[in-house]
Design a protein around this ligand. Structure first.
Ligand code: G6P
Ligand code: MG
Length: 226
């Protein structure tokens, strides 16, 4: 039984939910995969969403059957290279890159005194929020460097709830990646998936696009699954 009145906080993923940095992550990984001779597929691109930098590199090496070919120092160098390509993509970013409806939704949450947090695996999140001029909404950000496990482990969403002083079942998590939805569900929070319905089939609530995010729409969707 999910009761809308019980919800006190919203925990956002960043890449692919607030802005399309997901495409820049993909582009930078693809460049590296090409260089390493690892075939790039849509499935691999989807699996990388929400996954930390080093875990993503491991996934790419694994997909190419190259897990044993690189030392830790090589891996650090490859990950740093991907990150500098990614950072170059961020240069041109402005608040025009905020996905439709996100600013209005954040304003609506503030106006109704909901707590807001960011649960992104990205160490570049604070920089992205600054570029988008959204830092003011996110007084609470989970620092992914202080976590021991990445998504789909629930740790990041549990930490977010804890930082907001809320129980998990008082929180809604919003994600665009399957690993993220699994993490929210495992944390005992209510999951909202934004994007492809089949990819996000494990989400409790599904919206096709961010512009559908409003408190009224979420309340309606919760009533229909209650
Ligand atoms: C997010 C993105 C992933 C990215 C990860 C780490 O979860 O969805 O694609 O690999 O963050 O990002 P970072 O900016 O720290 O390399
Ligand atoms: Mg994402």
């Amino acid at each position: 039984m999910v009761d809308f009145q019980k919800i006190k906080g919203f925990i956002f993923d960043l890449d692919g939910v607030i802005t399309l940095t997901s495409k820049y992550h993909s582009r930078a990984w693809r460049e590296l995969a090409d260089e390493l001779g690892v075939p790039w597929t849509a499935t691999l691109a989807e699996r990388l969403k929400g996954i930390s930098r080093m875990d993503s590199l491991e996934m790419i090496l694994d997909a190419g059957g190259k897990t044993n070919g690189y030392s830790d120092a090589d891996k650090e160098r490859l990950a740093a290279k991907k990150n500098s390509n990614y950072l170059a993509c961020l240069e041109q970013m402005t608040d025009a890159d905020i996905l439709p409806g996100i600013t209005d939704f954040l304003e609506e949450l503030m106006a109704h005194d909901y707590k807001i947090s960011l649960a992104s695996a990205s160490k570049n999140s604070p920089k992205v929020l600054e570029k988008l001029n959204l830092a003011k909404y996110f007084a609470n950000i989970v620092d992914p460097a202080k976590l021991s496990k990445g998504k789909p482990d629930p740790e990041i969403f549990l930490r977010a709830a804890e930082q907001l002083s809320l129980k998990p079942d008082a929180c809604i998590g919003i994600e665009d990646a399957s690993a993220g939805i699994q993490a929210i569900n495992a944390a005992g929070e209510l999951s909202i998936g934004i994007g492809d319905a089949e990819t996000l089939r494990e989400a409790a609530i599904h919206f096709t696009a961010t512009k559908e995010l409003t408190l009224a729409a979420i309340k309606r969707a919760m009533q229909s699954i209650a």
